[in-house]
Design a binder for this molecule. Structure first.
Ligand SMILES: [Zn+2]
Length: 403
């Protein structure tokens, strides 16, 4: 981030305020003489340093300013607070290296009170986190677990670090500790997701009994069970128990209609393995009866998965094309309406192939919280870190926007 004038001015004002404090303490009227007695004798020198540092800041020379402030020998509570303000200012501006230097400088001071030491440690830990130095941040946050004041914040940050570094077992442990101390914690299924992540790793290693055990743990939590259910369906499919897989997939679509277009290809795969297109048609018709919007999701799934050749799915696709004000111009609906169903199916199949090459696969899923788009289903949004907010988009997204 480029330095801006206003932030330098803000920093300057902080130092000016501190400097003025000394002026008034030393040169104030008689009523304030008592205050002067308590001030350090080197206040004049200190004040000169501040003015020098302030000048550097105002001249947009933060490194020179930093050198002056870091070299200041006399640091009492008041100037320490100013150092903290400077450190947090640098971090907010994205100048993490400078923030780290300020906070390291505070920690290195002798005779620091526990309160200031912990304040400096948490600030430095946040600097490291901001710089992506997760190992160093983790170490400091762990040190702060003993602090009554910072335990909650340290646990929140540790959970975040373990999520980012995909250290799911540690995330589970830290989250359980966090739940004990955070009365405002909103359970949105994180623990279930952490177990599901571990289960996915076990599935990659084809350790299916471990997968089952982990998914059972995930399902025992109140939220986040849709993912665990879906993983159980995948497990059944993977182990050739397709009847069970179909049953689970239908249940999940019932619970979470937003995922219909994601699940249809899996359902279709199991029906193909069972050589039972009737079962697939029956299931799709049930979905359409229950939710009129399901037809659209089925059509989108059919476009994305060329292996879906089921007649009901292709009918849904035809309806989608016929109802779309742009797509309908690409076919001759009146003539096709009069043709028999086979001709219509062939036409929609041609459209399907055409559309599959035009639509954007990079914009298949979108986060309902922040608008982040991606080509695959993600359970945690990498941008805003919300859980279960990335869902399939309900419409076609073209590769090149029409302008
Ligand atoms: Zn998001």
């Amino acid at each position: 981030m480029m330095p801006t004038e206003s932030t330098f001015l803000l920093a300057g004002l902080l130092f000016l305020a501190a400097s003025l404090g000394y002026f008034f303490a030393r040169f104030g009227d008689d009523e304030e003489d008592e205050v002067e007695v308590d001030k350090p004798s080197s206040a004049g020198t200190l004040n000169a340093d501040y003015i020098k540092g302030l000048n550097f800041l105002l001249n947009e020379q933060p490194d020179q300013a930093l050198e002056v402030f870091l070299r200041m020998v006399e640091v009492d509570d008041e100037t320490l607070e100013t150092h903290f303000a400077l450190g947090s200012l640098f971090r907010r501006r994205g100048e993490v290296e400078r923030a780290i230097r300020v906070h390291q400088n505070i920690i290195a001071r002798p005779n620091l009170s526990t309160m200031h030491k912990e304040h400096a440690l948490i600030s430095l830990a946040e600097d490291y986190l901001g710089a992506g130095l997760f190992d160093r941040a983790e170490k400091l946050f762990k040190e702060l677990l003993e602090s009554p004041e910072y335990r909650l914040r340290a646990l929140q940050k540790l959970v975040r670090i373990y999520e980012v570094t995909h250290d799911w077992q540690q995330a589970i442990d830290a989250y359980k500790e966090l739940a004990k101390v955070d009365p405002d914690l909103k359970e949105v299924g994180q623990i279930a997701h952490y177990y599901c992540e571990l289960a996915e790793h076990a599935a990659q290693d084809r350790d299916f009994s471990k997968v089952r055990e982990l998914l059972k743990k995930a399902s025992s939590h109140k939220h986040g069970t849709v993912r665990a259910q879906l993983a159980l369906g995948d497990l059944a499919k993977e182990t050739d128990d397709h009847k069970q897989a179909v049953k689970i997939f239908l249940d999940v679509m019932d619970d979470e209609p937003r995922l219909i277009s994601e699940i249809i290809p899996r359902l279709a795969e199991s029906c193909r393995a069972l050589d039972d297109q009737e079962l697939l048609s029956e299931s799709l018709n049930k979905l359409r009866k229950k939710d009129p919007l399901a037809s659209k999701s089925i059509a989108l799934a059919a476009i994305h998965d060329p292996q879906i050749q089921n007649s009901t799915a292709l009918h849904c696709l035809w309806d989608y094309i016929a109802e779309d004000p742009i797509l309908v111009n690409l076919v001759d609906p009146e003539t096709l309406e009069e043709s028999d169903s086979e001709v219509r199916l062939m036409a929609s199949e041609r459209m399907r192939k055409g559309l599959a090459t035009f639509i954007s696969s990079t914009h298949r899923y979108r986060c309902s919280e922040c608008g982040y788009v991606t080509s695959q289903l993600l359970w945690q949004c990498p941008s805003c870190r919300s859980w279960e907010t990335v869902v399939p988009v309900g419409h076609l997204s073209l590769t090149s926007p029409i302008s």
